[in-house]
Design a protein around this ligand. Sequence first.
Ligand code: 13P
Length: 252
Amino acid sequence: MRRRVVIGNWKMHGSRESISELLATIDSSCLDPAIEIAVCPTSLHIAEVVEQLSKSSKNSRIAVGAQNVCDAESGAFTGEVSAQMLAEFGVRYVLVGHSERRELYGESDQLVAAKTAATISSGLTPVVCVGETLAQRQEGKTEFVVLRQLNAVVQQIGIEGIEKCIVAYEPVWAIGTGETASPAQAQEVHAALRNRLQQLDAALAETTPILYGGSVKASNAADLFAQPDIDGGLVGGASLKAEEFNAICASA
Ligand code: 13P
């Protein structure tokens, strides 16, 4: 059975106080210990979140992820944070290629691939995000776009690298819009991604978790996660509400 993973992407939300409250209200103590759970605060909040979780009686199993990373190891890169620094602060996962980074900050497939490689070099798990825009979907280019994004990463890190990754399918039109891909729509793209992994290596296809992201909520998580190729979720808005996040994790 493939790993089950739920990751909350807090984006640029929260204050020290609201985050502390959120962590105190999340309760992962009753969940199957085999399910991997992580939250991704801003870089600034990472250290405090790691500390609070490590001391929590009910949430010490929740890992911390970063929302971004520099592709370089160190040097004159003003404003950037390296994978090694994230590792030193207790981070376990790194989101790479989120559509907001691709669209708003002009990250290319090649840069995303380089960030994935840097993440792996520091012993962290990249969560490689892929997804099409509404226009691309309407033009029938969904599969072409997500496979192009995945292939760029494969080209850079090879099969041995992909073994260390989690893939996340996040249709851009479903992010923060309240409009979720239907379980069938999501499953279709997940199957195409898994099929690509299968072409590379059968074992890889069997073991790589592929998460769905885009308006995942407590009310739709179970139906999405019941699809054969959906192994969990990358959750934005709903991960900022403890009750929603608890329920989504339970659905996994
Ligand atoms: P929403 O769940 O708010 O749609 O965001 C999804 C997302 O971008 C997670 O990375």
